[in-house]
Design a protein around this ligand. Structure first.
Ligand code: G3P
Length: 219
């Protein structure tokens, strides 16, 4: 199971990478626009901080344009994964790019059938959006379960990346279902780590320690 950061904020990427548990980064046009930075410059900055797959999304919506952008992005750095939206044009682009050895991450997946189509085209990763499915009263976790089961049944090499993660339970449930990767916004990393009983326990240990001066000889 790998943990990716779903952000283009370089300070956050540096902060959480320093914890030693960030395996990759996913970006999308919204996240890049939020930072107001040039795409190539930011992706290259990220590659210097995290040594793992870094998803960079194409803007073209026709296969030719996607292939052109994807080929350029793949030359930026060996860890760049070309993120392509799940459309028939996207499938054509994935087929060509994957045949050239370029890693792809097919994004905006909302059904098991879309995931299967992307896998058949040779996608390296598929990104089902669990949070956005839940947002419209669907069942994001059921979608993950369907995709993982189908990929296992047919031996697809494509990895399942749970995206649009909204809370720690999405991460834990995804792991129970066997997803390969969860990408999550920085605040989810904090939520995965913290527990009020841990904080309470530390405070109690320190308070008891302070009461015992004999315990505190230097060592
Ligand atoms: O990067 C794709 C995905 O994780 C976006 O999540 O929160 O915008 O639905 P969200």
């Amino acid at each position: 199971m790998q943990f990716f950061l779903d952000t283009a904020n370089i300070d956050d990427i540096r902060k959480y990478a320093s914890w030693g548990i960030v395996d990759g980064v996913t970006t999308n046009p919204t996240l890049i626009a939020r930072e107001g930075v040039d795409l190539k410059t930011r992706i290259l900055e990220i590659t210097k901080v995290v040594d793992g797959p870094i998803s960079s999304e194409v803007i073209a919506t026709d296969s030719e344009g996607m292939i052109k952008e994807g080929r350029k992005m793949a030359k930026w750095h060996k860890n760049v994964y070309v993120k392509i939206p799940m459309t028939s044009e996207g499938l054509k682009a994935v087929k060509i790019l994957s045949s050239e050895g370029i890693h792809t991450n097919v994004t905006l997946i909302f059904s098991a059938s879309q995931a299967v189509m992307a896998a058949k085209a040779g996608a390296t990763l598929v990104s089902p959006f669990v949070g956005r499915v839940d947002d419209i009263s669907g069942d994001g976790m059921y979608l993950i379960q369907e995709i993982v089961t189908i990929f296992q049944n047919y031996g697809f090499m494509t990895k399942v990346l749970a995206a649009s993660v909204r809370h720690p339970k999405h991460v834990v449930e995804s792991m129970k279902l066997g997803v390969d990767i969860a990408t999550m916004p920085p605040n989810i990393f904090d939520k995965l780590v913290s527990h009020p009983l841990t904080d309470k326990g530390i405070a109690a240990f320190l308070a008891d320690w302070e009461k015992c001066k004999d315990c505190q000889k230097p060592y």
